[in-house]
Design a protein around this ligand. Structure first.
Ligand code: 5AD
Ligand code: SF4
Length: 474
């Protein structure tokens, strides 16, 4: 392991204070306006890290004196936080951002911002510069902490701004947040990724791995628990390498143990883990810590060793399976989920079948399955990819059919059991009152009193299908 100690750049408290002063100035400009506070509209694509970033953008917007709207037409400021992981996500963003041109014609004072992982790619920033001239501000994840300053500049001067510096990234503490949910919360523990899996754009757009100080994470979780949050997910592209870059290096298992020691009735989840760094120490910590949910999302991507090598995953299929066996020995009822890519360049159908074998052995509770999408700038985008899309699709359908059957069987085994679940939402399906999650994060549709929202309650499971469970409050 290379020595990364103390390499992380930290944005000073004075800098964040300066940003809050920009918020205060904008707030003053906003206050005198007739018709109440101006409104902001935010839209988020992609992973939970992006959701967490949008919570900080909304935190800043609130300090600037903006209210929020779900109607882009009503908004003075529009922020689109984007994802670059697959081409499909990018196309959706281009379509939706393109459509904003009409609203802007009607409301020329509107400020349209595009941020997140797409924005960080030079090819995207260039396209926005040339063909999406109604977009005023483009900024990458590394400069999110400067959002108030950027908005202040736009409000006080004319012109467009592009801020997408190519840097290893930094850590900024003390940015305000407006959270979407009252029961579940995301807490970023680290940013960036050093793994450079050959298909993945993330290390190019999110920079190098850098960890927050444990005390900052612990005080954020403590505060969330005091506010009544019951389900806390620790976030990072690769949480298993948490702490290596700190002046006083630590590891993820140690952090998990410390979060578990915070008083209160709450569940701890985390994602994402990389198999090569998932250690026996982590598994033992999970087994010992009662607040850590018995669930692990451990992406394996492909079941064939040659493909894993070309993907630069740095583990073999047997090493992966060995870790799963060790984990199941410690936590027999562990819920397991994974990410899989079908149709990686050069993957034959025979090699793909090794992925099916992993499914049969592990019997995951659920999977996130993707067809390979070439990301310009990554090594895999340059690799020969002779398999026709129809054949990839056929393999993809075989994969989902097998997983559907496994999920259905695993869900059926819950019927008749009583499970302590967290009531995490009100149901939008008239036949049920609440949505809930098992400790392993399986979705349960529940009948019972809606006032149970936000509580841990026993649920009698009465039915199941491949997607979810059904039950009644006891
Ligand atoms: N094509 C398809 N899927 C991808 N993923 C990452 N990059 C790509 C790509 N280029 C998937 C991986 C990862 C998940 C977040 O997205 O499975 O674990
Ligand atoms: Fe992408 Fe691999 Fe890093 Fe995950 S571990 S973000 S798949 S490069």
């Amino acid at each position: 392991m290379s020595d990364t100690r103390g390499t992380t750049k930290r944005i000073s408290a004075e800098e964040i204070e300066r940003q809050k002063q920009f918020c205060a100035e904008i707030r003053k400009m906003n206050e005198g306006r007739p018709g109440g506070p101006p409104l902001a509209y935010t839209q988020t694509y992609g992973c939970q890290q992006n959701e967490a970033d949008s919570e900080r953008i909304r935190g800043y917007l609130e300090q600037m004196g903006f209210g929020f709207t779900t109607d882009a037409e009503q908004a003075r400021i529009i922020v689109i936080n984007t994802c670059a992981i697959r081409e499909h996500a990018e196309q959706r963003v281009f379509g939706n951002v393109g459509a904003l041109v009409h609203g802007k014609r009607r409301h020329p004072e509107q400020i349209i911002c595009l941020c997140g992982c797409m924005a960080q790619q030079p090819r995207v920033a260039q396209k926005i510069r040339e063909s999406y001239r109604h977009v005023d501000l483009v900024f990458g994840p590394h400069v999110l902490w400067k959002f108030p300053e950027m908005i202040h500049t736009l409000l006080t001067r004319r012109g467009r701004m592009f801020l997408t510096p190519d840097e290893p990234g930094s850590i900024a503490e003390g940015i305000p947040v407006v959270r979407q949910d009252k029961v579940k919360a995301w807490v970023s523990i680290m940013y960036g990724c050093n793994n450079f899996c050959s298909y993945c754009i993330v290390p190019y757009v999110r920079g190098r791995e850098r960890s927050r100080q444990p005390e900052d994470i612990l005080s954020e979780v403590e505060q969330l628990v005091n506010e009544g949050y019951k389900d806390i997910t620790l976030l990072g592209q690769n949480v298993n390498s948490y702490g290596r870059d700190l002046d006083e290096p630590t590891d993820f298992a140690t952090l998990l143990e410390a979060v578990n020691a915070i008083p209160g009735d709450f569940l701890i989840r985390f994602m994402t883990s990389h198999p090569k760094d998932a250690t026996q120490k982590l598994f033992e910590t999970m087994a010992r810590c009662k607040k850590v949910a018995p669930v692990l999302h451990l992406p394996f991507q492909a079941g064939n060793d040659r493909i894993l090598r070309v993907m630069n995953r740095r583990h073999t299929r047997e090493q992966y399976l060995e870790k799963i066996r060790a984990l199941k020995a410690l936590i027999p009822d562990i819920t397991l989920t994974s990410d899989i890519i079908v149709g990686f360049p050069g993957e034959s159908t025979e090699e793909f079948e090794d992925t099916l074998k992993v499914l049969e052995e592990v019997r995951f509770d659920a999977l996130f399955t993707f067809i390979f999408s070439p990301r310009p700038g990554t090594p895999a985008a340059e690799m020969a990819d002779p398999m026709p899309r129809e054949e990839k699709l056929k393999n993809f359908n075989r994969l989902t059919a097998l997983q559907d059957a496994i999920s259905e069987e695993k869900h059926a085994a819950y019927i008749g059991k009583t499970v302590r679940c967290l009531m995490d939402g009100l149901s939008d399906d008239a036949r049920y009152d609440l949505t809930a999650r098992t400790p392993g994060n399986r979705l349960v549709r529940v009948t019972g009193e809606r006032s149970a929202l936000g509580q841990f309650r026993d649920v009698k499971i009465t039915g199941a299908n491949k997607w979810s469970l059904f039950g009644e409050l006891i």
